[in-house]
Design a protein around this ligand. Structure first.
Ligand code: FAQ
Length: 317
């Protein structure tokens, strides 16, 4: 049997050479735990993230919009499933993961604790929230844990469709009546700062970034990704003819990047700690869905048992 030092050396060497770590490979306990934390938070974000949009499926303004939104929300469910499956490869069960979400022990993205007040919010979520998600997740297609990286490839392709459906809604509204343009502006005003917060605390405040960069779990820091998001999104807002609600936003010739105003970190931590506008509502909706779906899980297990018994019987004959 190899000793721990040799296993650690082999692990570090794989990370160094960009070789994926796979479920049956040896890995440090902290690497495994970091992945369970990050992948499960990500999975929870996907399924909690269905709620603010699901609320608008019946109110979409046309059949085309309804079909696109329905497909998008279904995609988020699928992302949750790939990610829960990836987390399970690290030795934690789906039941434990759900228990952590329902008991409030597990985090999920702060952004989904804000309310969706108008149809324009479907545009702003697709454009800004999915836009931010893509920037963060493209780097995760090259993350060091194989099952997570592979799940992210498909997720990113779908997020890119989501971003475009959102931007198209914003484009239609911003070229519509003055009231429609105002709806789009109001939505941008409410979603801009929470979208910047999605990238997490500043690098100076981030507890996990340094270690996660060493293990190539994260390939860019929270601040680098946030800056990338701002630089990509500002010209898109200009095309829409909308104003980003930040008086300090300006192009910095020297850095060739936008400078932007201070983020309200107090608000961010309040939301993360469960005191955002919709935290209680979101968890209640998830618990309700889980309890209401108990009969489906029981029926699926009974069906699988019946099928297995039938196969056994056939084998015996
Ligand atoms: N909200 O040390 P760091 C989506 C926590 S998917 C809540 O910087 P890390 C798709 C963090 O967990 C959106 N908590 O942490 C969609 C840690 O707490 P802990 C989700 C946050 O992990 C679109 C503490 O703060 N995406 O939108 C947040 O290195 C539309 C210290 O932070 C992912 O999960 C936050 N925003 O970096 C669905 C991507 N930020 O665990 C539906 C994968 C930080 O020590 C509709 N995750 N915290 O108790 C990541 O890339 C990373 O986990 C970060 C945070 C970048 C989110």
């Amino acid at each position: 049997m190899q000793n721990i030092a040799a296993l650690e050396q082999e692990f570090e060497s794989k990370i160094e050479r960009g070789i994926s770590i796979e479920p049956k490979d040896w890995m440090p306990e902290k690497y495994r735990k970091t992945h369970i934390r990050q992948i499960s938070q990500h999975a929870h974000s996907e399924i909690v993230g269905m709620l603010p949009e699901g609320n608008w499926i019946t109110r979409a303004p046309s059949l085309r919009r309804k079909v696109a939104l329905l497909a998008k929300v279904q995609d988020e469910a699928g992302h949750g499933l790939y990610l829960y499956s990836a987390a399970e490869t690290l030795g934690i069960s789906r039941d434990e993961l759900f228990e952590q979400l329902h008991s409030g022990k597990a985090k999920y993205s702060s952004i989904f604790n804000y309310p969706t007040l108008s149809w324009a919010d479907m545009g702003a979520i697709g454009w800004l929230v999915d836009g931010a998600a893509i920037i963060n997740q493209v780097m995760l297609t090259r993350t060091s844990y194989g099952p997570y990286a592979r799940a992210m490839v498909r997720i990113c392709k779908e997020e890119s469709f989501h971003q475009r459906q959102g931007y198209e809604i914003m484009l239609t509204l911003s070229k519509g009546t003055p009231e429609q343009k105002q709806m789009a502006q109001d939505s941008l005003n409410r979603w801009w700062w929470p979208s910047l917060m999605m990238f997490g605390p500043t690098d100076a405040e981030s507890t996990h970034t340094a270690q996660s960069m060493k293990w190539k779990i994260k390939l860019k820091t929270n601040d680098e990704l946030r800056q990338q998001f701002v630089d990509i999104t500002v010209p898109q807002a200009e095309i829409l003819g909308l104003t980003i609600p930040d008086p300090d936003l300006k192009w910095n010739e020297e850095r060739e990047q936008y400078d932007f105003g201070a983020i309200d970190w107090e608000e961010f931590w309040q939301v993360v700690k469960g005191h955002g506008p919709c935290n209680k509502e979101r968890i209640a909706a998830r618990k309700n869905a889980f309890e209401g779906g108990a009969w489906v899980r029981e029926a699926a297990i009974a069906h699988a048992e019946k099928k297995a018994a039938r196969t056994e019987l056939k084998k015996a004959v």
